[in-house]
Design a protein around this ligand. Structure first.
Ligand code: ATP
Ligand code: MG
Length: 893
């Protein structure tokens, strides 16, 4: 079976088992402060599991793009060195939210692997949780009992808490899990090892690996560490697609399957180097640290990382120097290093593999195909810029090694190695490699100390502590879905459902969840509302609203004195209206950009606050002033038409598409969406908008710039801010006019002034040149002869550049040996210039640079230059004559 067929068979199987087949969520997570990337299939169901979203349909299945390069799951360092961990991979999963539990999950997994895919049951092992006496959790006998229906006892293995107890985080849903492992060793390997598959499960054997994990969520962990029963049992399973394909295709490395082979073939074609598959390696002399194995690892790294980077760009996360963008940049740089060091690729390489990737995966993931140009541009630009950095780093390392050599040392200190890592992205192994090639070692211990220090700094900066939610009204979290009324109201009667304390960098605040709220939580680039909760007894200020797990979370500095009382939740409408106008303006801007620049314009990010709006979009060159003006005219025209909002809530996704609404790549949409239309502009959007475009007032672009290769940014303002700017500009203009006697034709007058200024500048330069010429003549006439050397000294007021000019004029005018010393001053700043003929250097052994440094002490200054000409500046004008004399004395003629 091909990879594509296997993916389809999984979906078909679970569809037949009454599961709704749902799309993969984007790999990049935008609205969750606790997670940057999807690292498991369950991420997108977090709110259902936490009870804040309707669980229907209760059976679901999908294939989810995952990335494991940061946080709890970080496999980055393994990738390429082993053959079964990837940065980005697909996780096949099926879920039951309060429907079937352990027995159903186990039966279905078994049926799929053995009856449908025909994997050999003798090679399959399963694990069950052995229990934890300290926590008072018994062994998962239930799971073991259901497994025993399918496998013999000696294929069921007890597993510890690390492998067999899953937790969402420090707090929240958790429960035991059962993994399915496959013994994929060849018959020869089995015979040679003398060990059974059972003995190798969870022992890091590359041929006995986990492919599927079935998680049985049945507990909720509280902040004090204790467990309570979850109100709804959840099944969450995850199977590594690439690992499954490998088993199905009878391979022993994920990279030998049709998921990776086409990319690896392209790598071989470009580099002219050979990749060795598992079989080929088995039958060769090739040892683990041979040159060939380094090539193999590098090719695996590049093939893997290419996918991760391309998919994140398609999902809207570009490489950058902060947060998620930085994680992507690091992955890309890791690939560039391997290609540079082991595949001899000194120029961009990864971007050349993109056509193959798109050819192979573009059908299953249309976002790749649609954005091929952008992905290529971004990757190429990143590669080029990192290769330049790499060159700089190598130069720096070479200098450091020269220094060490001069000092007779053989070890690079760890602080320096860490600086290379931190600023040039040189990981320790690369620094070590280069050092080793030059006969040096690296102080690894010190490096690790520095690394640890940095990690601690980062941890302290980010540490957030959440205490448990305290329920105020109603105690069953699962039954209390929050009602959002903010599209229709800015004031609403409400009760606090629950609250918790959050501590961040010693700051304390509280988060409140209301039963019904008009407050918009920060989402989709629009900032959250602020306002107050009031009743006759008290007023509590809401300083911000965040969106978490499908609900608005209100941030307050202090808890209400009576949290269970009824409140009126009132949004600050000035700010809200200003944000809404800006949000509507971004929709009009998006529309106008597509009209003026073309259909390739794709939104790549936006930010909307009461004061400003920012819109990032794909476009491959600078937007010209004329185009910007056209865009502004079009937007302002739509504002004047005062188009009323046409809003559709809870529209099924497909119907919304039929309405012509624009969906964004990398955005997560539910089954039902909201569509916002202003005349011809029609978008999927959950944000707060102006009731009609006229409320925007006026729209003005403030700046257009580049944020990354292929991505432009427009910053703009609207309404009152535009008005203020207009007043400011008028005031400035008035001032300027007053400088020019309120001339009518201001432009013409300024133009004339500039021309006059240029003309005068030229004239002055001419006069100065003449003056220098005359001074040179006079000096030559007054020269003394000392032992056959023409000696000229003078002290005079003159600009530094003119003094230099003068020195060269004198030199040109004098034949034979010359020593000329000029002490000049300009605005009370002294300057010393020494000019000599070449024979004074070669025959008399003089050096103007050394002499000027010595003499400049008398003017409290310093300088230098060439052997025959040098200059020094200083602070003490009074010492100038003495300094000139000092030079003559030093010449010792
Ligand atoms: P392992 O111990 O092999 O790292 P895991 O315990 O981290 O696996 P889970 O978190 O249970 O794995 O993920 C579910 C499944 O996803 C695994 O059974 C495996 O098939 C697959 N998987 C996990 N990590 C990776 C990865 N980095 N690359 C490819 N597949 C993976
Ligand atoms: Mg793992």
């Amino acid at each position: 079976m091909t990879a594509n067929e296997i993916r389809e068979s999984f979906k078909k199987f679970f569809e037949q088992k009454q599961h709704a087949i749902v799309p993969s969520a984007p790999m990049v997570i935008k609205d969750d402060p606790t997670l940057m990337f999807t690292n498991a299939g369950m991420n997108q169901w977090k709110d259902i599991i936490l009870g804040t979203r309707d669980p229907e349909p209760r059976r679901r299945a999908d294939t989810q793009k995952c990335l494991r390069v940061s946080g709890k799951h970080n496999d980055l360092e393994e990738v390429g060195h082993d053959t079964y961990h990837h940065t980005m991979f697909e996780m096949l999963g099926n879920w039951s939210f309060g429907d079937y539990f352990k027995e159903g999950a186990i039966d279905m997994a078994w049926e799929y692997l053995v009856d449908v895919l025909k994997l050999n049951p003798e090679d399959l092992y399963v694990t069950v949780f052995e229990g934890s006496p300290e926590e008072n959790i018994p062994r998962d006998d239930e799971a073991a009992k259901y497994w025993a229906k399918h496998v013999p006892e000696d294929h069921i293995i007890n597993g510890n808490k690390h492998d067999n107890f899953w937790e969402m985080g420090d707090t929240g849903p958790c429960g035991p899990c059962s993994e399915i492992h496959v013994d994929s060793r060849t018959p020869e390997q089995k015979a040679a090892s003398g060990k059974t598959g059972r003995e190798l499960v969870n022992q890091d054997d590359p041929q006995v690996i986990e492919i599927w994990n079935l998680v049985f969520m049945q507990f909720n962990r509280k902040a004090d560490g204790s467990l309570e029963k979850l109100s709804m049992n959840v099944i969450d399973t995850g199977m590594g697609f690439e690992r499954l394909v490998r088993m199905m295709q009878g391979k022993h490395s994920n990279y030998d399957t049709d998921v990776f082979q086409p990319i690896i073939k392209a790598e071989q074609d470009i580099t002219g180097l050979k990749y060795m598959t598992f079989e080929e390696s088995e039958h060769s002399e090739n040892s683990e640290d041979s040159e060939q194995e380094k090539i193999n690892i590098a090719m695996r790294v590049c093939a893997d990382h290419l996918r991760a980077v391309a998919f994140s760009i398609a999902d809207g996360q570009l490489p950058s120097n902060a947060k998620a963008g930085y994680v992507i940049r690091r992955i890309l740089r890791r690939a560039v290093r391997y290609a540079y060091t082991f595949l001899g690729q000194k120029d961009g390489f990864l971007y050349k593999l993109i056509p193959t990737l798109v050819h192979e995966m573009g059908d299953a993931f249309p976002e790749l195909k649609a954005q091929q140009t952008l992905i290529t541009k971004v990757i190429k630009e990143e590669e080029d810029s990192f290769l330049r950095t790499l060159d700089k780093g190598i130069n720096m390392l070479n200098e450091a090694m020269d220094q060490l050599k001069a000092e007779g040392k053989r070890q690079l200190d760890g602080v320096q190695a860490f600086r290379l890592f931190d600023t040039y992205g040189f990981p320790l192994d690369l620094t070590e490699l280069i050092c080793r090639e030059n006969g040096f070692t690296v102080d690894e211990e010190q490096f690790n100390v520095e690394m640890q220090k940095q990690k601690e700094r980062a941890r302290n900066a980010a540490a957030v502590e959440n205490s448990d939610w305290v329920n105020v009204c109603g105690d069953d979290i699962a039954t209390t879905e929050q009602q959002f009324v903010g599209y229709d109201y800015t004031e609403y009667n409400c009760h606090i459902l629950r609250y918790r304390k959050v501590t961040q960098k010693k700051n304390e605040f509280y988060e409140l969840v209301l039963d019904a709220t008009p407050f918009y939580g920060e989402m989709g680039g629009q900032v959250g509302d602020c306002g107050v909760l009031v009743n006759e007894n008290e007023t509590v200020e809401i300083i911000d609203t965040k969106r978490e797990n499908n609900q608005s979370v209100h941030i307050v500095k202090q808890l209400p004195k009576a949290p269970s009382a009824e409140f009126m939740a009132c949004v600050d409408t000035d700010k809200r209206n200003a944000s809404a106008a800006n949000h509507t303006a971004t929709h009009l801007l998006d529309y106008a950009l597509k009209q003026i620049l073309g259909d390739h314009v794709e939104q790549k990010g936006s930010f909307v606050s009461p004061d400003t709006l920012r819109f990032d979009f794909s476009h491959f060159e600078k937007v010209s002033d004329e185009q910007l003006r056209q865009v502004e005219r079009m937007v302002n025209d739509m504002i004047r038409q005062d188009i009323h909002i046409d809003e559709h809530r809870d529209v099924p996704f497909d119907e919304a598409k039929k309405l012509g609404a624009i969906a964004l790549f990398g955005e997560k949409y539910g089954d039902k969406v909201r569509v916002v239309r202003f005349g011809p502009s029609c978008e999927f959007c959950g944000g707060i908008h102006a009731t009609s475009t006229g409320r925007i007032g006026f729209f003005k672009i403030i700046a257009e710039s580049s944020v990354a290769a292929g991505i432009r940014r427009i910053e703009a303002t609207t309404g009152q801010d535009c008005e203020e700017r207009l007043y400011q500009m008028e005031d400035i203009l008035k001032n300027i006019k007053s400088f020019f006697n309120n001339a009518k034709d201001l432009q013409g007058v300024i133009q004339k002034y500039i021309e006059e200024h240029d003309h005068m500048k030229k004239e002055i330069e001419g006069f100065q040149a003449q003056a220098v010429e005359r001074a040179a003549q006079r000096m030559v006439e007054k020269a003394r002869m000392v032992n056959g050397v023409t000696v000229i000294t003078t002290v005079l007021p003159m600009a530094p550049a003119a003094a230099k000019d003068l020195a060269f004029k004198v030199r040109a005018a004098v034949e034979g040996s010359l020593l000329c010393v000029i002490g000049s001053h300009d605005n009370n700043k002294p300057q010393l210039s020494i000019m000599m003929s070449d024979d004074m250097v070669s025959d008399h052994g003089l050096n103007a640079g050394q002499m000027v440094r010595e003499a400049a002490k008398l003017i409290q200054g310093g300088g230098g230059g060439q052997p025959h000409f040098a200059q020094a500046g200083g602070k003490n004008v009074d010492g100038l004559s003495a300094a000139v004399d000092k030079v003559i004395e030093l010449a010792n003629l």
